[in-house]
Ligand binder design. Structure first.
Ligand code: NAD
Length: 487
């Protein structure tokens, strides 16, 4: 098997196997071929990983932030040196085209290690609070053992986005990747050890929805950070609440992308295509409800169709390929069912809508699809599809489109294309979402906070804000004179 790792889990600095766990087959989505066979963590493996993390964490927390950061920066350098190899693994894991993975996956993981490694010294400072003669100070202290649970769309990035701030803040992590994409995180764990991370601080265990609760409910776990769907988020947050654990929830969305009539149409189409077709549409922040002003609708749809029809679907390992398969057979079935619903509920299929005929029958391919004349009540406009399906909706005026954009339980992100900067700021100010873009879409550099509002979650990843979610404040009041007791 061409991507078989040394073992299923990485615990306490080494690969560990336990064949008692249920088998997890890693399938290359472009061919349906089984490329690795792993085992889900048994309760004994979960126990071992958490015990290793717990053992290693105090000494790590006692190191200076600069020393911790130096190790992360070394890991960033190794990831960049191995970008090609890691990108190929990411493509095998997910089916995403290599032209994407070489620029968006290990590199964004490396950015995260570099950023958090670099701000370690300054980002964890506390404050001094003068109180007359007395004073107080605050310290930012780690939480302890943090659990990361990943989705399958960006497995290496998610493993790093959770690992980097957790580690630099002085925590240990046990990370469980999605059962669909088990391979990438193991390499991240290996690289961290090579960079000098003491063993036990970053552990990876495999598993599915049965394994997650074993981690979340463990008494030695202080925090859970989940990237996943809203229904999973509700379950994980509810379990974590039982023991008052810290939580970060990076969940799904149905984000609006609003194109006003003065927008640069080609730029707006580029943004809408990136925000619907990149990673074969499997991006949480996608702008899947594209509201287009009725005055420019004919021109917008005409140019969008030409550009969508020209996209290259095919072998993800071919540098020219722009659209790879979906991650799994089940996910493609789900998306195809939504496409059928779109047709049945009366949306106009502008292009796509099925399985392409130029690719291998065994891969989970699907055509990039655009529906026009979508209305707010249609299922495809309300539910997260998580595939390459763009819904174009018409609108006439600003107040109307803002109200319709916000009429959703989700609040992950949104975007506005317009030449009128005053309007751009006015509109984003009223959109209910955690991350918004003006005249661009879906750019998430590590410097900016990323995360959702409403049912799309809480907490933030990336930027200095992430450190707040992997640490807590300790306040110390210092009395400088005798205690004034009234008795
Ligand atoms: P999912 O919710 O099915 O699974 C996510 C992870 O949770 C997996 O590792 C899974 O094994 C685990 N899990 C499932 N049930 C669990 C339970 N009861 N307890 C503990 N763990 C459990 O999501 P998915 O299908 O892997 O990913 C797609 C979803 O993720 C989409 O909704 C997408 O929008 C979202 N997503 C969000 C972000 C973000 O940053 N906001 C990023 C990527 C993906």
């Amino acid at each position: 098997m061409r991507a078989q790792p040394k073992a299923s889990h990485f615990i306490d600095g080494e690969y560990v196997e336990d064949t008692d766990g249920t088998v997890i087959e890693s399938i290359y989505p472009a061919t349906g071929e089984v490329i690795a066979r792993l085992h889900a963590a048994t309760p004994a493996i979960v126990e071992r990983a958490i015990a290793a993390a717990r053992r290693a964490q105090p000494e790590w927390a006692a190191m200076s932030p600069t020393a911790r950061g130096r190790i992360l920066k070394r890991a960033a350098d190794i990831m960049r040196e191995r970008n090609r190899e890691l990108s190929e693994l990411e493509t095998l894991d997910t089916g995403k085209p290599i032209q994407e993975t070489v620029v968006a996956d290990p590199t964004s993981g490396a950015d995260s290690f570099e950023f958090f490694g670099g701000i370690a010294a300054a980002g964890l400072n506390g404050s001094y609070i003068p109180l007359g003669g007395d004073f107080a100070y605050t310290k930012r202290v780690p939480l302890g053992v943090c659990v990361g649970i990943g989705a399958w769309n960006y497995p290496q990035q998610i493993a790093c986005w959770k690992g980097a701030p957790a580690l630099v803040a002085g925590n240990a992590m046990v990370f469980k990747p999605s059962e669909n994409t088990p391979l990438g995180a193991l390499k991240i764990a290996e690289i961290l050890i090579e960079a000098g991370l003491p063993k036990g601080l970053y552990n990876v265990i495999q598993g599915d929805r049965e394994t997650g609760p074993l981690l979340i409910n463990h008494p030695d776990v202080a925090k859970v950070s989940l990237t996943g769907s809203v229904p999973t988020g509700r379950k994980v947050a509810a379990s974590a609440a039982g023991n008052l654990k810290h939580v970060t929830m990076e969940l799904g969305g149905k984000s609006p992308l609003i194109v006003f009539d003065d927008a640069d149409i080609d730029s707006a189409i580029g943004g809408a295509m990136l925000g619907n077709f990149y990673s074969t549409g499997q991006v949480c922040s996608n702008g899947t409800r594209v509201f287009v002003n009725r005055k420019i609708k004919p021109e917008f749809l005409k140019r969008l169709k030409v550009r969508t029809d020209a996209m290259l679907i095919g072998d993800p390992m071919d540098e020219a390929t722009q659209i790879g398969p979906m991650v799994s057979w089940a996910q493609r079935e789900k998306v195809l069912a939504y496409i059928e619903k779109g047709k049945a509920e009366g949306a106009t299929l502008l292009t796509g809508g099925g399985i392409p005929n130029n690719v291998s029958g065994e891969g989970y391919y699907i055509q990039p699809t655009v529906f026009a004349d979508v209305t707010d009540d249609m299922t495809i406009a309300r539910e997260e599809i998580f595939g390459p399906v763009m819904c174009v909706l018409d609108f006439d005026d600003e107040a109307e489109v803002i109200a319709r954009a916000n009429a959703t339980e989700f609040g992950l992100s949104g975007g506005v294309f317009t030449a009128d900067l005053t309007r751009a700021h006015r509109v984003v100010d009223q959109l209910e979402a955690g991350t918004l873009w003006i005249n661009t879409y879906n750019l998430c550099p590590v410097e900016i906070p990323f995360g959702g509002s409403k049912q799309s979650g809480f907490g933030r990843e990336n930027s200095l804000a992430a450190l707040e979610h992997y640490s807590e404040l300790k306040t110390v009041y210092v009395g400088m004179g005798p205690v004034q007791a009234p008795y």
